[in-house]
Each structure stands twice: as C-alpha cells, then as structure tokens.
Design a protein around this ligand. Structure first.
Ligand code: FAD
Length: 325
C-alpha cells in the first residue's frame, strides 16, 4: 500500500470481468463507483477476491467457464457448493457462573478425535467427521438465548428462564464436514435481479444423507461429554430436518469455483488460476472441492499465499497457464 502506484478504491462494486475477443485473457473489470458512475479498469492480471459467493457469481456474470447444470452434470462454475453441518448441546448449571459473555472468539477446547479420518468409519455409512468444541464467543445476546428443554420460545416464562440461565450455561458445538453433492450448487436466479439488473445468485442446497448420518453419529458423542460436565441438565439441538437460512449455523460457504487437476472437473488449478483465462486468479473458499470439518479461513489464507507466490515468482516472469490442461 505504500507504493506510489497503489490505489485503493472504496465503495466500488465490480460488475464483471472483461475479456479479450479470443476468450483467453481478462482485460480488466467494469465497476460502479460511489456516485454510480461506470468505469472500466484495464488490467494485466485480475484477481477475484470478493468472497466465495461473489467470486462465483462474478464468474457467471462475466461468462467465464460454463455454469454447472445438475441435470447433465456439465459445467463447472457453481458446482460443489458446500456448507457446514452443525448441531450443539447446551449444558445448564445451577451454581456455576460460566460468564460466557467474557470470552475471546477463539478461546476454547476442541475434541478432534471424530474429525476427518481420525476414527474408524467401518459400518457407519458416512465419510468425514466433525470437531466438538467448547468455547466462549462472547455469548452474543441476539444469537445466544439458552433456555432448557420445554421452555416456550417467547413470553414471560421464556424471559424468566433466560434470566436464570444466561450466566450459568455453556455449550458444545459439533462442527461437521459437508461433502459435495450433485444436487447442491449455485447458479444465476432466473427471476430476481440486483439494482443493476443483473441476476442474483441462486443457491440450491439441502443437507445430504452423508451430512445427516455424520451428525447423528457425532452429536450423541457430544451429548455424552456434555452429561459429564457436571451440569443440572443438557439440551441437544440436532441438525435441522432440512436446510434453512434462518437459524445461524456457520458462514462457511465453500465451492463454486473449485480447484482441481483438470478443466474437466474444476474451475481453477492449484495456483487458483482460471483454466479459461490464464491471467485471472480466483481466491477464497470457492476453491474447496468440499467443506472439511474445520473452519475455512486459515486454508483460504494459505492458498492465497501459495497463489500470490506463484504469481510473483512464476507468472510475472512467464505469463501463461501455470499448469498445462
Ligand atoms: C459472523 C461470521 C463469523 C465467522 N467466523 C469464522 C470463524 O470463526 N472461522 C473461520 O475460519 N471463518 C469464519 N468466518 C468466515 C470468514 O469471515 C471468511 O472465510 C473470510 O472472510 C473469507 O475471506 P475472503 O477474503 O474470501 O472474503 P471477505 O473477507 O468476505 O472479503 C471480500 C471482500 O470483497 C468485497 N467485495 C465483494 N464483492 C465485491 C464486488 N463485486 N466489488 C467490489 N468488492 C467486492 C467485500 O466487500 C469484501 O470486502 C466468519 C464469517 C462471518 C460472517
């Protein structure tokens, strides 16, 4: 940022990536500034880093690659949209003040024995796993209203139960993997449009059989641990019957611009370089072919460093595909 040729343009909205006539290179981006004026920014390299959903949509709106079609299985952009499979177990105490609102986001304990391949999956009928975590993320009050089983969801009884339990509660979170499935994907909405008249992103998603089995296996393990934590009672909050955007689960969206060894089944190569336009790089969790039972951002950062290094030491010296298709 200290370099004289660095410009940060805030309050700008990139509408699409521009391409050359041969469809081999990006030529820049078109964006709208805070005054609503349209600009074209020419570029030798374009890096999409607008978050997984936005990157995927920008690829679609720019006509880069083919949008995934679940009926035929063709197209790569928007494929492998995955999320995360969450359940949790509340523990309520009578005489222990947990003071959950005093905490640092990542302060906690994690049991990783039931994640990935850390345990024997024989006969279980699913792959992947989850971490079980007990941490204090400041008990954000809009999100956290812990009340025991059987308490009404509103009214005086709910208020009284919340008052009694808010400071005497903790919870175990089961944070599970989400495997890609051909029926879970992103595409452009045929009806709804944004203020520029561009189709919105459409998400088609529900938990899969694998997700449910995973959660049904690991949530009871968390419940056993919770029972051993010396509380008065526990409450198990299982995975919802079907996916619903209303309850907060995670914000760990992944896939859509996945990384792979071939353009036949991916959007970018291992350097996050587009198979279609070699001077376009797409950074973010869109590169994940499925969602592991871990939070994504450390891996997003690692992949970004890996890609930035390749751009600097390989691509700038010899621009072209870093992996031959
Ligand atoms: C409430 C919450 C809790 C989270 N907790 C965790 C956690 O505990 N652990 C974890 O690993 N991850 C967590 N995440 C996820 C984490 O925030 C993301 O994985 C991470 O921020 C992704 O980084 P990114 O650079 O890809 O995108 P972002 O950080 O979202 O940055 C994208 C930027 O691009 C800009 N942008 C988007 N579209 C355009 C456009 N068209 N034109 C111009 N600019 C654009 C956006 O304004 C934004 O500044 C959490 C997220 C939320 C919301």
């Amino acid at each position: 940022m200290q370099r004289p040729n660095f410009r940060l343009r805030t309050y700008c909205d990139v509408l699409h990536v521009n391409k050359d006539r041969d469809n081999t290179r990006a030529t820049g981006v078109t964006y709208v500034d805070a005054h609503g004026d349209l600009h074209e920014q020419p570029a030798q390299i374009v890096i999409l880093c607008g978050y997984q959903l936005s990157n995927t949509r920008l690829m679609m709106l720019s006509g880069i690659g083919e949008i995934y079609n679940p009926a035929t299985g063709e197209g790569q952009v928007g494929r492998n949209y995955t999320y995360q499979v969450m359940s949790d177990v509340d523990v309520f105490y009578d005489d222990a003040y947990t003071n959950e609102y005093i905490g640092a986001g990542a302060l906690g304990m994690v049991v990783d024995d039931y994640n990935g391949d850390n345990f024997d999956h024989s006969g279980l009928g699913f792959i992947g796993g989850a971490y079980i975590a007990c941490w204090t993320t400041n008990a954000r009050p809009i999100e956290n209203q812990p009340v025991p089983e059987g308490v009404p969801e509103w009214g005086a009884e709910w208020k009284s139960a919340l008052q009694k339990n808010f400071l005497r509660h903790t919870s175990l979170s089961v944070h599970g993997a989400s495997m890609a499935h051909r029926e879970n994907y992103l595409d452009l909405d045929p009806v709804y449009k944004d203020r520029y008249g561009r189709p919105l992103m459409r998400m088609t998603y529900d938990f899969t059989v694998n997700d449910r089995r995973l959660s049904e296996h690991i949530t009871p393990i968390a419940a056993d641990i919770a029972r051993g934590m010396g509380g008065r009672e526990i409450k198990v909050n299982s995975l919802d019957a079907s996916y619903d955007i209303w309850p907060y689960q995670t914000t760990h969206n992944t896939g859509g611009t996945i990384m792979g060894a071939s353009p036949d089944d991916s959007v970018v190569n291992r350097y996050l370089q587009s198979w279609d336009l070699h001077n376009l790089f797409v950074m973010g969790a869109g590169a994940f072919p499925q969602n592991a039972g871990y939070n994504p951002t450390g891996t997003v950062a690692a992949l970004t460093y890996f890609s930035a290094r390749a751009i600097r030491y390989q691509y700038l010296r010899d621009s072209g595909p870093l992996v031959q298709a």
